[in-house]
Ligand binder design. Sequence first.
Ligand code: NAP
Ligand code: MG
Length: 402
Amino acid sequence: MQKIKMKTPLVEMDGDEMTRIIWKMIKDILLKPYIELNTEYYDLGLEYRDQTDDQVTIDAANATKKYGVAVKCATITPNAQRVEEYKLKKMWKSPNGTIRAILDGTVFRAPIIVDSVKPSVKTWKKPITIARHAYGDVYKDVEYKAEGVGKAELVFTYADGRVERQTIHDFDGAGVVLGMHNTDKSIESFARACFTFALDQKQDLWFATKDTISKVYDHRFKDIFQEIFDREYKVKFDAAGIEYFYTLIDDAVARIIRSEGGMIWACKNYDGDVMSDMVATAFGSLAMMTSVLVSPDGKYEYEAAHGTVTRHYYRHLKGEETSTNSMATIFAWTGALKKRGELDGIKELADFADKLEAASIKTIDEGTMTKDLASLSEASDKNIVNTENFLKEINKRLEKML
Ligand code: NAP
Ligand code: MG
């Protein structure tokens, strides 16, 4: 078989620890034998980020803007302990945060479904993709503990000096106050990224807030989504045969639990934080969650939802055997290759990605899996393998499919 050729480079962001080990194995075992990989490589490993004063992260994000598609390995977000461990010049910011800020993107997380791992919610048959708004609300609030009797007010001072004032509460004793905000600009970007991704996936988009109670704040979210949908996306949604559906958050929760899945669920920041953990847990394992950052103008960065799996890496360094699940990282690659193939009109590339996904799922369904899935899988004959052998088992099935 001749190797598949690529036109436009894929932006490749390497990362840290166990996922960096897996990254190389995936390329060597599953990709390079079949594809003439054309990537523009950025080393986002912590050492090189430190060496370049994190410029490499900014360069990688800008390359994603230029080429449109990136695949990213999990990376360490440094904390005090990491600064010590890696003797860092500085506590560098989260690479994901930096990339998201440059692309102005929204993160969509979806589980990889295999028949032999049944979701805890019996009705769920298809993946539920959560889109979390990643700006503002309670994550950028100002909080105050009132010590006694007094009045809390909401004051807005306009640039021209005009002042608007409202009473929040007349306290007759101690209590707490919270001020939070969001911006039309951020909500608009979030809405556009959600509509763009729904069209890309050909899946219905759901959005929910509590606008009956929060008549100004949450209602603004609802209005912005509706205005942008009507003006820019309604015709495209009709043509694609998909729907935009708004409802109250409590109604959405009830409907989601009774649904078959298969939709994209856009959530405000806090709801997305909570619901993505619920959905991930109900579908099984963190190692089976994929993640894609989508910008409002349709640039894509694919990655696994999990981190660098530090505990496994330390075992690997001691020469001990590991059984780390590479599914989400494989699906980051297949997502990116598929998108690249689609944009460049290279059908073989997209077909290859589909087959690699199918071979990976088949491997688990036939009972060969990493340790994390052992207790979740209902396969009759389980064969628990190490990190590398899992990839080799996938390759055996992939070879047959190609
Ligand atoms: P983690 O790497 O996701 O791992 C947490 C635990 O989940 C692991 O110890 C392991 O449990 C299990 N796990 C996660 N992925 C797995 C896989 N592929 N296969 C098997 N088991 C898996 O999270 P963390 O330990 O909190 O964070 C480690 C580092 O990752 C941190 O430095 C953090 O900054 C970084 N991080 C990066 C990203 C990103 O780049 N997107 C996201 C999150 C965290 P057992 O040990 O019980 O087997
Ligand atoms: Mg959370």
